[in-house]
Design a protein around this ligand. Structure first.
Ligand SMILES: [Zn+2]
Length: 373
C-alpha cells in the first residue's frame, strides 16, 4: 500500500545535505519532529569528539508499560549526497543519476518516525521508546561517543541495511587497526653495515610471516601500508612502519589473531635486535545475535503476520549494531528496501520502504505485548 506521508518525509529529509560530520541541519529538523511526537531530545558530545558540527540525537519517550525498546538509524550519508533530487519510476525511487539517493540511511530514519508515529496514534499502551539517531556512521562511528547510561533497553533494532524489507542482519565482523613501529639503527651502508640494524628487513620479515588475506571463512587481515623513515640509499634503515587491519565475525578467532600478531612482531624484532612498538586499536567489536534471541523470534512473528518474507543473514561490514551490542544493547540490523547504496545507482523499492514503516510499528506493538505477559 502506498504511503505518501513516508515518501514526502523521505524527500524532505534527503533534500537536507548531511555528509558525515555535518549533520546539524537534519538533526534540527528531526529534533522538531521527535518533540512533536512527545520525545525528549538531547544531543551528546560526539560532534566534539569526532570534529563534526553535530552530536548523536537521543530521543526518549516514556511509556505506559514497564520495559524499553531501542531503535536506531544514522543521520549522515556519503559525500556524494548534496542536492539529491529523487526520481520515481515504476515503483522504484532513485536519484537523478548525479548523486547517491541517501536511502542509506534516511529510509531508516523515516521508518522509525513512521513506526513510532503509528504506534502512538494507535492509542495502545507502549513501552518506553529510546531512539538514537547517530552521526558519522559512515566514517568514525559517532555512536561510540553516545552516553549509554541514559538507555534502559535490553535490545534494539537498527534500521540500516540494504536488501528487501523482512531481511535482518544478525552479525557483523569486529575489526582492529594494527600498527607496527620498528626502530633499527642507522649506519653507513658501504663502510659499516654490520654496525646497523635494518628496520626495513624487520618490516619485510614481519609482513611475510603474518597470516593475511582470507585466514578462514570468518577472518581476514591486510597490511597494505608499508613505509620506512629513510630516504638515502647508502644508510641502513633505522625506522619502519606497517599499517594494517584484521577483522573476524568470531571474537575468539579475532583475539587469537591479535595474539599471534603481537608475538610474531615481537619475536622477529627481537631476533634482529630491533625495537618494536605495537598499536592495537579495536575499531568496532564483532556482534552475533542468535536466531532464537527475542529480537529475531519477534521479527519472524511480525513478518509472518504482515506477510513479509523473513530472512536472516550475517553482514560483511561493521554497523552501529556492532557498537550498541558491544555497549550492552544487543541489536540486529533491519533492511528497508534499498540496494546499491554508496553509489549513484542507489535505489529503493517503494513498496518495501512503505512495508518497513508498518514493520517498525508492528515490532513496537509485539514488544509491548511481550511486556504484558
Ligand atoms: Zn548506513
Amino acid at each position: 500500500m502506498r504511503n505518501d506521508r513516508m515518501l514526502e518525509e523521505f524527500i524532505e529529509l534527503v533534500s537536507i545535505d548531511a555528509v558525515s560530520g555535518q549533520e546539524l541541519e537534519i538533526a534540527k529538523r528531526l529534533t522538531a519532529k521527535l518533540e512533536e511526537l512527545g520525545f525528549t531530545v538531547t544531543m551528546d558530545k560526539a560532534g566534539e569528539v569526532f570534529s563534526g558540527n553535530c552530536g548523536n540525537l537521543t530521543a526518549i519517550r516514556e511509556g505506559e508499560l514497564d520495559g524499553a525498546l531501542f531503535l536506531s538509524s544514522h543521520m549522515d550519508r556519503m559525500p556524494n549526497g548534496f542536492g539529491i533530487k529523487p526520481v520515481e519510476k515504476d515503483g522504484v525511487l532513485c536519484s537523478d543519476g548525479t548523486t547517491i539517493l541517501a536511502a542509506d540511511d534516511i529510509s531508516g530514519v523515516c521508518t522509525i518516525l513512521e513506526g513510532v508515529r503509528r504506534a502512538i496514534a494507535s492509542g495502545k499502551p507502549l513501552p518506553r521508546l529510546e531512539i538514537l539517531f547517530s552521526v558519522q556512521e559512515e566514517t568514525n562511528f559517532g555512536s561510540k561517543a553516545a552516553d549509554y547510561s541514559v538507555f534502559q533497553a535490553k535490545m534494539g533494532y537498527v534500521f540500516d541495511a540494504a536488501g528487501p524489507t523482512g531481511q535482518f542482519i544478525n552479525g557483523a565482523p569486529g575489526g582492529y587497526d594494527l600498527d607496527v613501529y620498528i626502530t633499527g639503527k642507522a649506519a653507513h651502508a658501504g663502510s659499516a653495515p654490520e654496525k646497523g640494524i635494518n628496520a626495513a628487513k624487520v618490516l619485510c620479515d614481519i609482513v611475510s610471516s603474518l597470516p593475511q588475506g582470507r585466514i578462514d571463512a570468518e577472518t581476514t587481515a591486510n597490511y597494505p601500508i608499508l613505509s620506512t623513515g629513510t630516504t638515502a640509499r647508502n644508510v641502513i634503515c633505522d625506522q619502519a612502519h606497517i599499517a594494517g587491519e584484521a577483522r573476524s565475525r568470531d571474537p575468539k578467532k579475532l583475539a587469537d589473531y591479535i595474539e599471534r600478531f603481537k608475538t610474531t612482531c615481537q619475536d622477529i624484532a627481537q631476533r634482529h635486535g630491533a625495537g618494536v612498538e605495537l598499536k592495537i586499536v579495536e575499531e568496532y567489536p564483532a556482534f552475533l545475535v542468535e536466531e532464537d534471541h527475542p529480537l529475531l523470534t519477534m521479527a519472524k512473528q511480525v513478518c509472518g503476520r504482515l506477510a513479509i518474507p523473513f530472512t536472516v543473514i550475517a553482514g560483511g561490514g561493521a554497523m552501529d549494531a556492532n557498537i550498541y551490542t558491544g555497549k550492552g544493547i544487543p541489536c540486529v540490523g533491519v533492511a528497508t528496501g534499498y540496494t546499491k547504496n554508496h553509489t549513484r545507482e542507489e535505489q529503493m523499492v517503494l513498496a518495501d520502504f512503505f512495508k518497513a514503516g508498518a514493520l517498525c510499528e508492528a515490532l513496537i506493538e509485539d514488544f509491548a505485548e511481550s511486556l504484558k505477559k
